[in-house]
Design a protein around this ligand. Sequence first.
Ligand code: C5P
Length: 245
Amino acid sequence: MSEALWLVVPAAGQGRRMGAHCPKQYLPLAGRTVMAQTLARLHLAFPAARLCLCLDPHDAYFDPAWVPFASWQRVAGGAERADSVRHALAALAGQAGEDDLVLVHDVARPCVTVGDLERLHAALRGDAVGGLLAAPVADTMKRGDGQGRVARTEPREGLWHALTPQGFRYGLLRRALAAAQRGGVAVTDEASAVEALGEAPRLVPGRRDNLKITHPEDLALAAQILAAQQAEGESGRDTALREAQ
Ligand code: C5P
């Protein structure tokens, strides 16, 4: 079976920590919505990929004009992020091959660069398990005691921030998320579900500016990151595309 590339973008969250009037993926960022920025980056890197977009069934904001992919479908999100991704994988049954690569990317990460996306894809293409973009922890890590004081300092050696995309073979990822659901294990990313099967996902070093918009101050930060990336030509190919036009 020929290996296709699938993109799953969970975008069914409410983003309550933003405290905004609408879910964070619909807030304006550098002249578009956060969602449109994120989808544009993914499309620059993988124009021929097929997209599955998880949306809240009661979503009142989504505009299909933001989707640059020729082949895409929307699925109803679930209660948690992992449920949304499970729904997407279920919708791909009969379309995706067992060994097809599925990249799952948070809609709230619009600053992912084409360079990182391409390096992740290259690193995972020949990998039987899969892996994720990740950044080594730079700060000293404290464990809180739950009462606003330090319980202890955690060694940071070997610690990584788990970013997205996270990419796995379709069959493995589907089994992993199904097993997590059956076991009642709460997973906040795809890798932890795969780890629970005894597999060791590959850590692919990624840029630290692959910010997940979560808190109100993150929106302005994301705008600055996008502007800085444009200036260094790192958004990817939009600079090249503009120059070619
Ligand atoms: O809330 P948080 O930023 O951790 O969510 C990560 C990603 O998962 C976001 O892209 C969000 O839209 C998505 N999500 C989802 N379904 C949920 C909860 C979150 O698709 N039920």
